[in-house]
Design a protein around this ligand. Sequence first.
Ligand code: NAP
Length: 320
Amino acid sequence: MPSEVSTPVAIVGSGPAGLTAALYCARAELRPVVISGVPAGGQLMITTEVENFPGFPDGIQGPELVDRMRRQAARFGTRFIDAQLTRLDARGRPFLLEAGPDHRLRADAVIVATGANARWLGLPSEERLRGHGVSACATCDGFFFKGKELVLVGGGDSAMEEALFLTNFASRVTVVHRRRELRASRIMQERARSNPKIAFRFEEEVAEVLGEQSVEGVRLRHLATGAETTLQVQGLFVAIGHVPATEVFRGLLDLDEKGYLRTREQTRTNVEGIFAAGDVHDHRYRQAITAAGLGCMAALDVERYLAERGTAAHPPTPHA
Ligand code: NAP
């Protein structure tokens, strides 16, 4: 029999959005339960140095920031279910949430803060060699490429950050980008361009990852001319953005054409009582600090919603 718990607020996801929502709900005595997702903690768990989260003048490691947020939420009574949400049933009230066969949760309100996951190129050879030289996480896997040559695909801030990080291990990192200009911010571009271990190939795409048991090279295709070249490398890293983690909500919550949750009136979704926070609906800003801010907003909106329905522990605190 699955364990069944009741709570005024269930929070799905445990990145900065979910944990900030939990902190605010817990301090409002709404006894939140967080279904943390597997792995827990979101994208900060695969980030090294976070230099732009206010309050940490010397920077902080992503996993440590998550750990601090989680302990802060727990301090005020947040409970955690370390499992993946498998079903959200909104046909009756309270909502019913299931996390695998072992956990059932009934909640008067739900905050969805499931974030987004790494996007892949979609090549069969990429999928076959994933974990054998193909990776979307430099922080996790960079260590295995000491003295090796690598290709990294992408032209945004993540790509620059990952390329720079990989130079701690690799002898050379070739950034392959499909356009002529990088999308990354100027400061990140400059850092990457001034690193002697980083080279650039523009207007090219990876047509195939080569190698049987592990990566031995990549076949690149020039997008304007179609000309193909082979680069001998021992690893391929992909840093081309993210896909929102909304599959489990399809058919229930309104999604946009890219799969992000659509919200109205700040954090409300199309289903009354279900709110959204963080990268799962924000594809514009996507920062740890903005996700945390949206988590705070969702918690205040939930507090007000429950107070209006007469199910909150207290009247809502002022939104000052
Ligand atoms: P992003 O800014 O959306 O960049 C994704 C990159 O991947 C783009 O250059 C895009 O090319 C390319 N791309 C997308 N699909 C592709 C495909 N199928 N094949 C080849 N290339 C593909 O994503 P991000 O770099 O993950 O950054 C996300 C957000 O986080 C941004 O707001 C960014 O500023 C922020 N961020 C900030 C920092 C920092 O400040 N230190 C670090 C990391 C991320 P096009 O340019 O042609 O679209």
